[in-house]
Write a protein of this length. Structure first.
Length: 146
């Protein structure tokens, strides 16, 4: 799944810690590659909830670590990407990261980098993810993979 977001200013991007709080939860065990400075300069960052650390039900499961990638693909377009086969909790995290960036910068978004949605239409398109708490998304993901 790919989500593209038009932004006005790279300095308005949230910090990685802010993204982590929105995507997962306050003290989630998260692996990351990259930092705030690199993201603002156009480098790709990657975040992954280390599921097995926070929830032993994920131990030894192939979906226990999935990366969400965030990067500039053009000077004013950020791409948030997660594998199409990612669990619901990880797809939800990617959507919430995109929503957070849209909210901060009031940008338009797109699923294909061609047809752009205004904020209200984007919110409508992600409604199914917004109705799930983090924990309920985890439970739905576990049902699907176990």
């Amino acid at each position: 799944m790919e989500l593209y977001i038009k932004i006005k200013d790279a300095d308005s991007l949230p910090t990685i810690e802010d993204l982590k709080r929105v995507m997962f939860f306050e003290n989630a065990s998260v692996s990351r590659f990259g930092n705030d400075h690199l993201l603002r300069k156009g480098a790709e960052i990657a975040l992954s909830w280390d599921k097995w650390i926070d929830d032993p039900r994920w131990s030894h499961h192939s979906k226990s670590k999935e990366y969400i990638y965030i990067q500039f693909i053009q000077p004013n377009i950020v791409k948030v990407e997660v594998d199409d086969s990612a669990t619901f909790v990880d797809r939800r995290a990617a959507i919430l990261a995109g929503k957070f960036i849209v909210d901060i910068d009031d940008g338009d978004s797109s699923y294909d980098n061609e047809k752009w949605l205004q904020k209200k239409d984007f919110i409508r398109s992600i409604n199914k993810y917004l109705h799930f708490s983090f924990q309920s998304a985890v439970e739905q993901s576990l049902i699907a993979v176990l």
